[in-house]
Design a protein around this ligand. Structure first.
Ligand SMILES: C[S@@+](CC[C@H](N)C(=O)[O-])C[C@H]1O[C@@H](n2cnc3c(N)ncnc32)[C@H](O)[C@@H]1O
Length: 301
C-alpha cells in the first residue's frame, strides 16, 4: 500500500507530544493514525470512519501499536457531539479527505471509472442514497446542476441529457459510455472524460462538501489553545471551503481593521500556519498526491 499522502508534514505540523489528544477524522487504512498513535504514548487518539472495511482493518493495525485509541464508527459531521460526549478538548485534528485508495481499487464499490461495478459510491455502506438513485432518478435539471457545481464539468448539460435519455443505467462502465457519447472527441484526448462526472456524483452521494464545512467549523471550537488542525484536500472545491473558513476565523472583521489598537477580546482566536503541497518525489511515488494540498491552522487564544 502507498505511504499516506503528506504524512511527514502532518506529523510535523500537528505538533504532537506524549499527552496529545488527537482526532483523525478520516481513519481509512490507518496510515496517518498509526504514526500518530506511536507519538502519543500517554495521550489518546479518536478516529472516525464510516466504512466498515476500513474500520476492521485499522482496528487490528492500531491494536498492535497501543490501546489508547478509540474508533468512532460515524460520519465526521458528528465530531462535536461525539467528542463532547467524551468530555475532552483536543490538541490536534486531521482530515485526509476523499476516498481511500482501497475504496477506489475495490471494484465493487463503484467509485472507479476504470472498473465495471454496480453504480454505488457510498462511503457508508448502510446509507440509502447511492449513485444508482442519483443517476436514474434525479431530474435532468438537478443532474446538470450537480455536474456543474460539484464537478465543474463544462459539458454538464449534454451529459445530463444523455444520462436521462439512456436510463436505466446500471453500472459504472455503462455510465462511462453514456458520458463519452455526450462530449466532443477532443475532450476525450487529455484526461478521462468521466472524471468530473464521477467526482460530482460521489460528492452528491456522500454530501461531501456540506459535511466537511460543518465538521471543520465544529472542530475549530473543540481545539485547546496551541491545538492545530491539518486538512488535506484533493480538489479545488474542498480546498476553497477550507481556505475560506481558515481566513474567516484568523482575520480581523473589516470594521476593526483600521483601528490602531485592537482590544484583546476582538483579536482572532486562530492563526493560519502554513499551506503545503506534496514534493515531486511524493507525487511520483503516489499518484493520489498529485492534486493534494495541506492547510494548517492553530488556536492561539
Ligand atoms: C483518504 S482516506 C484516509 C486515508 C488515511 N489517512 C490513511 O492514511 O490510511 C479517507 C477515509 O475517510 C473516510 N471518510 C471520508 N469522508 C468521511 C466522513 N464524512 N465521515 C467519516 N469518514 C469519512 C473514507 O471512508 C476513507 O476511509
Amino acid at each position: 500500500m502507498h505511504k499516506s499522502v503528506l504524512l511527514d508534514e502532518c506529523l510535523e505540523y500537528l505538533n504532537l507530544h506524549d499527552n496529545s489528544i488527537v482526532v483523525d477524522c478520516t481513519l481509512g487504512y490507518g496510515g496517518h493514525s498509526s504514526e500518530i498513535l506511536k507519538r502519543i504514548k500517554k495521550g489518546k487518539l479518536f478516529a472516525f470512519d464510516q466504512d466498515t472495511n476500513a474500520i476492521k482493518y485499522s482496528n487490528e493495525k492500531l491494536s498492535k501499536i497501543g490501546n489508547n485509541f478509540e474508533i468512532i464508527n460515524s460520519n465526521f459531521v458528528n465530531i462535536k457531539e461525539e467528542i463532547e460526549k467524551r468530555n475532552v478538548k483536543v490538541d490536534g485534528v486531521l482530515y485526509d479527505l476523499g476516498v481511500s485508495s482501497p475504496q477506489l481499487d475495490i471494484d465493487t464499490r463503484g467509485f472507479s471509472f476504470h472498473a465495471d461495478a454496480k453504480l454505488d459510491m457510498r462511503m457508508n455502506q448502510n446509507q440509502d442514497l447511492s449513485a444508482y438513485e442519483v443517476v436514474n432518478s434525479y431530474t435532468e435539471e438537478d443532474l446538470t446542476d450537480i455536474l456543474f457545481k460539484y464537478g465543474e464539468e463544462k459539458y454538464a448539460k449534454s451529459i445530463a441529457k444523455e444520462i436521462v435519455n439512456n436510463r436505466p443505467i446500471n453500472t459504472t462502465l455503462e455510465l462511462v459510455e453514456v458520458i463519452k457519447n455526450a462530449v466532443p472527441e477532443k475532450y476525450k484526448r487529455d484526461k478521462h472524460p468521466a472524471r468530473k462526472t464521477f467526482q460530482a456524483i460521489r460528492i452528491e452521494v456522500n454530501d461531501e462538501l456540506n459535511v466537511f464545512k460543518k465538521s471543520l467549523k465544529d472542530a475549530l471550537e473543540l481545539l485547546n489553545i496551541n491545538g492545530r488542525i491539518c486538512v488535506i484536500t484533493f480538489h479545488s472545491l474542498e480546498d476553497k471551503i477550507c481556505k475560506e473558513i481558515f481566513k474567516k476565523v484568523s482575520d480581523l472583521p473589516n470594521e476593526l481593521k483600521n483601528l490602531p489598537v485592537v482590544p484583546e477580546e476582538y483579536q482572532p482566536k486562530y492563526k493560519v500556519i502554513k499551506t503545503i503541497k506534496p514534493t515531486k518525489d511524493e507525487i511520483n511515488s503516489n499518484n493520489r498526491a498529485r492534486s493534494a494540498k495541506l492547510r494548517v491552522i492553530e488556536r492561539i487564544r
